[in-house]
Design a protein around this ligand. Sequence first.
Ligand SMILES: [Zn+2]
Length: 224
Amino acid sequence: MSEPSTLTIEDVRRALGFAQPLLKFTESDDAIFAYGVFIVSDGPHPNGPAKRFEIKCFFFKDFPKREPIVIENGGVIPRIADRHMYKNGVCCLCVWQEWLVLSQDTSFQAFCDGPLYNFFLSQTWFEQTGEWPFDERSHGAKGIAESISQLLGFKVNEQQANSYAQAILAKRVKGHWPCPCGSNKKLRDCHLDEVISLREQLGADTILGLQSQLQNLMKAERET
Ligand SMILES: [Zn+2]
């Protein structure tokens, strides 16, 4: 993960201005604000019409420390979980911590060319075909569990993902704990290496971020 540096309005213009000539940019103390029409001009469907989305974005100046907020406010995308949209129009672009950890490049440009563009490309493709063009990540707690599975290198469900996060965050990992994978083995005889290497690789902040996102979503899903 790269050190946070100050994102400027020029950085945002450089990253987005050429590909997205219909976006306008302003700034406040802590964020660059981009708004207007976002164009998807190419994509997996060669004959597909260019698609236009009305959006507004908050790119915080401490990027990539804080996840950007992107809102689709033209009402083009249904505001439902299956379309990776929150009710308030916020787009669920990616699992932020996962993107930070798994991306070689976490620059603002890489964010624009990756999760931002791919979100609207996917939405366009989905509208035309009813299918998602990329490996689809589930919405909600299940999506975070998939993200944690990706990081661990093997598949875990939501509860197991939470237990792993707990074990990874513990002051001292104890080998006699039951392994969270559900094998009924002791951690030392099962996935201890993965737990320890993930802790070293990701750091406590990232794991805590993923875990709190997971717990909030699990709680919200229990309540509905
Ligand atoms: Zn195990």
